[in-house]
Design a protein around this ligand. Structure first.
Ligand code: SF4
Ligand code: SF4
Length: 63
């Protein structure tokens, strides 16, 4: 499985990650992206590529 982290300091709330994620991992909360559905992440890193502020990290972790 994957651990998805959003840096709330640099996230500018554009919503790109919400739009691009095929597994609906993100929701917007208080104008910041929140990984609410991390267990559905498939590790495609589309969110990492889409984020204009490099605020997202995706790392593979042991089950
Ligand atoms: S790596 Fe892919 S599946 Fe995982 S949160 Fe990012 S866009 Fe969604
Ligand atoms: S794409 Fe990046 S800056 Fe935009 S909402 Fe997601 S984490 Fe925040």
């Amino acid at each position: 499985m994957f651990k998805v982290t959003v840096n709330k300091e640099t996230c500018e709330g554009c919503g790109e990650c919400v739009d691009v994620c095929p597994s609906e991992v993100f929701e917007m909360k208080d104008d910041k992206a929140e990984p609410v559905n991390m267990e559905e992440c498939v590790g495609c890193e589309s969110c990492v590529d889409a984020c204009p502020t490099d605020s997202i990290t995706v790392e593979e972790v042991e089950e």
